[in-house]
Design a protein around this ligand. Structure first.
Ligand SMILES: [Zn+2]
Ligand SMILES: [Zn+2]
Length: 462
């Protein structure tokens, strides 16, 4: 029985030993055994919230007791993503200088309300040297993704460039205001460290009307079994365009996984008649793999409310089901992109969402080694995993989502239902309250075909 490495392609280096008892890895105590199920969205539930008054960077060592991962803190480098063009504090039309500027969703561009000129801010990728992910070391953070300073109020006072008046903007609700004295439009263009101004914005390109149509279609397909009160109150016109805060992450990492793999050598039948049994002989190998890899544009929620997975009272994790976004097309910050939309302030720092990133990286590593273990036809059971993160780059972004929300109450139990539409791709997902009597009646009267539909429907909306 020999254990020659098979000529597999791909990065993972192969150091399979001969059949043996499972070996321990070279760094005892540092290995981490995570469930091998890939459910990266669920990982968000474990995000820790730092005390609100915490100031300064997190401690240099990861606070978790799972010593398997190493992510360097504090940040080693900062990418300045501020939009120099806006340094006088006003988003002006480049052609006529007017300050009345808003996103025109039909084109996904900013439009001057006076001269109708349309333009876009530069793509962040094209104008800011964020570095190749392959050369990342340490932690690189965009100026819009820096730690939130709890001392900075959400309410910001702007001095009007036109008349000198002071105008107050509550960054929880809006990112600009019109001066009530001279009608000049003031917007928040400075990257204040309160989580309100990200590194980049991905503008809406799905219009309100298109989103209404998409949501109508989504609810229409589920009409047959939907709760009557929901149907009566369904008003898709009430959708709201929201910019959701995300961290978009690039990373360079390596991982080691080790476990036991089996290859079938013989299959035979013993006994006869009712006592017939099929038996297998298999060689058992200790398998370990090392993989170096880079990832770009991973999106991670940066709002604790959105990461809240309490599905008993809401279904807001639907936002993760309308990923991905074309984040490579995100443009530099200009508050005018938010005019007429709402936005949710980021409340998570890099250190808070790092555990979620590490889980995603481990999932990627597991999938990367899959091709190299195909010869273990009876499978490989991973027993130890270790992740080393060499470098990460974090950029805070606002991503566009059309949201329809419906609060459904039945027998004293309230549940918020959402239907969300990706503001770039039109991808839709959500939940609709179901009338169980209608489901049951349909199943009883029309038999198994409908029953199948019902099951599919429940699976799609639960
Ligand atoms: Zn203009
Ligand atoms: Zn003014």
């Amino acid at each position: 029985m020999s254990a020659l490495p098979s000529p597999d392609q791909g990065d993972p280096s192969q150091t399979d030993g001969p059949p043996a008892a499972p070996q321990t890895m070279s760094e005892p105590g540092s290995a981490q055994a995570l469930p091998s199920t890939d459910d990266s969205s669920r990982a968000d539930t474990t995000i820790e919230t730092a005390p609100a008054d915490q100031a300064g960077p997190p401690d240099a060592s990861p606070s978790s007791d799972e010593g398997a991962t190493t992510l360097p803190f504090p940040s080693d480098a900062t990418v300045n993503t501020s939009n120099r063009r806006l340094e006088d504090g006003v988003a002006r039309c480049p052609r006529c200088g007017a300050s009345d500027v808003a996103l025109r969703v039909e084109t996904g561009m900013l439009a001057c309300q006076f001269c109708r000129y349309e333009w876009n801010e530069d793509r962040l990728d094209a104008t800011v040297a964020t570095g190749n992910v392959g050369s990342l070391t340490g932690t690189t953070i965009g100026t819009g993704a820096q730690d939130i300073d709890a001392r900075i109020d959400a309410v910001v006072t702007l001095k009007c460039q036109g008349c000198g008046a002071e105008v107050v903007v509550n960054t929880d609700q809006q990112m600009g205001a019109r001066c009530h004295w001279c009608r000049h439009v003031l917007t928040i263009n400075e990257q204040i460290p309160n989580g309100a101004v990200p590194d980049a914005v991905l503008p809406f390109t799905i219009t309100h009307d298109q989103a209404v149509e998409i949501i109508n279609g989504f609810a229409g397909k589920r009409r047959m079994f939907a709760d009557r009160a929901f149907l009566a109150e369904f008003k898709p016109d009430n959708i709201v365009g929201v910019y959701m805060p995300y961290m978009v992450v690039g990373a360079k990492a390596s991982a080691d996984v080790a476990g036991v793999g089996e290859i079938e050598t013989r299959r035979y039948t013993v006994g006869s008649g009712n006592d017939k049994k099929t038996l297998y002989d298999a060689d058992v190998y200790a398998v370990d793999r090392h993989v170096d890899f880079t990832v770009d544009d991973l999106t991670i929620e940066a709002s604790i409310q959105r990461a809240d997975m309490n599905t008993a009272i809401n279904t807001n994790n639907v936002i993760n089901t309308i990923l991905p976004f074309d984040t490579e097309n995100a443009v530099k910050w200009n508050a005018a992109y938010l005019t007429g939309f709402t936005s949710e302030r980021r409340d998570q720092d890099v250190s808070h969402v790092t555990p979620g990133l590490e889980n995603q990286l481990l999932s990627i590593a597991r999938s990367q080694v899959l091709t190299s273990i195909s010869r273990y036809d009876r499978g490989v059971r991973w027993e130890r995993e270790r992740l080393d993160v060499e470098g990460t780059r974090w950029l805070a972004m606002y991503l566009p989502v059309w949201l329809y929300s419906y609060y459904h109450e039945k027998n004293g139990n309230g549940m918020a239902h959402y239907i969300a539409v990706n503001g770039r791709t039109g991808e839709v997902m959500g939940s609709v309250p179901v009338s169980h009597p209608r489901l049951l009646a349909a199943a009883l009267t029309t038999g198994t075909i409908i029953e199948g539909l019902v099951l599919a429907f429940l699976a799609g909306t639960s």
